[in-house]
Ligand binder design. Structure first.
Ligand SMILES: *[C@@H]1O[C@H](CO)[C@@H](O)[C@H](O)[C@H]1NC(C)=O
Length: 329
């Protein structure tokens, strides 16, 4: 078995043990932030229960994740190896240079449902920790996504741009992230639609497009602008509707939004428009499945060692050199 050749075999058995424990807890078929709830019949009834389950799950797994963090902190390159094996939904956004930054300097990743125990379990914070690197000064980059509802009945994740202190000539977003941050500051200061930063950002976005944009542009995502008051009012209205529905009263449904309205709502200067989906992928796949991805990386490593060695050591390692069956995680 390739894993037997691994130097960290004791840590690995601890990890596999963790994985087995975690699988029991994760075997609930839920996925809180995905909007596909709306396709479930009766989702107005099932949604609160699903959210209850997410709350419960977060509580149950808290200690487990703390233990995992301790074990994996002993393993060099744990998180870079996890990222190397990231599923396509994440990997497609990691450009070769991003990959080099992550491989050389990502030392920790953590996900927190930061509004628990009392707030919405779908709000997530994703924290990256880095060692000294040639690209930026930041040791920690934390991106928070709040689950918010607006007065039109839209609900989803919104965020605030995070500033990255790039070293000279090392900005992987070619200045776009800085501009997004400046625009956000201008908006907060009520500077209107005609600022220098807005004009610059707009023309840069038009000329470069979104192809090949750096993973680090993800830190610039804002989403819809929804104030806390608007969110609270919308939540209250939703709860009242749910209550009325439960009591069997007729409830007037929101008219389906016209596409044109949707476009008006959307924040048009988004340098990473799918950042909310990517955040959910990280929080619900990469983060809980980190050990599975790490083991996959180990196995690939072992397999390539075997291929490499097989030329010279064919004779005495014939049995070991059989390609192993892919481990089921
Ligand atoms: C990684 O982050 C988690 C959560 O913040 C923390 O508990 C853990 O100690 C960190 N590990 C390292 C190696 O810094």
């Amino acid at each position: 078995m390739p894993l037997g050749t691994c130097r960290y075999s004791i840590l690995l058995s601890a990890l596999i043990c963790f994985l087995q424990q975690a699988e029991k807890i994760f075997s609930y078929p839920i996925s809180p932030a995905q909007t596909s709830y709306s396709s479930v019949p009766d989702f107005h009834q099932t949604l609160p229960q699903a959210l209850l389950l997410v709350r419960q799950q977060a509580k149950l797994t808290k200690d487990l994740y703390a233990k995992r963090a301790k074990v994996v902190s002993e393993i060099p390159n744990f998180w870079p190896l996890v990222f190397e094996q990231a599923p396509p939904d994440i990997d497609e956004y990691v450009q070769p240079t991003d990959s080099a930054v992550l491989l050389s300097s990502l030392v920790n990743l953590s996900v927190e449902r930061f509004e628990l125990p009392n707030g919405d379990p779908r709000s997530i914070s994703i924290k990256f920790e880095f060692s000294e690197n040639e690209y930026f000064e930041n040791k920690v980059l934390e991106k928070k996504f709040w689950w918010r509802r607006n007065k039109d009945g839209w609900a989803g994740l919104v965020s605030e741009p995070v500033k990255i202190n790039w070293k000279a000539d090392k900005d992987l977003t070619s200045g776009m992230l800085d501009l997004v941050y400046q625009v956000w500051e201008d908006d907060k200061a009520g500077k209107g639609d005609d600022t220098e930063a807005k004009k610059k950002l707009k023309s840069q976005m038009e000329s470069t497009g979104l192809d090949g944009v750096s993973f680090f542009a993800w830190f610039g995502f804002r989403g819809l602008s929804i104030s806390e008051e608007e969110n609270q009012a919308a939540l209250k209205e939703e709860q009242e509707k749910r209550k009325a529905r439960k009591e069997g009263k007729e409830v007037e449904e929101e008219p389906e939004e016209e596409d044109e309205d949707d476009d008006d709502d959307e924040y048009e200067m988004e340098i990473f428009p799918t950042a909310d989906d990517l955040a959910v992928c990280i929080a619900e796949d990469l983060w809980p499945g980190a050990i599975k991805y790490f083991l996959a990386a180990q196995e690939q490593d072992a397999l390539s060692d075997i291929n490499f060695e097989s030329d010279e050591e064919m004779d005495d390692e014939e049995d070991d050199a059989q390609p192993s069956k892919k481990r089921k995680a």
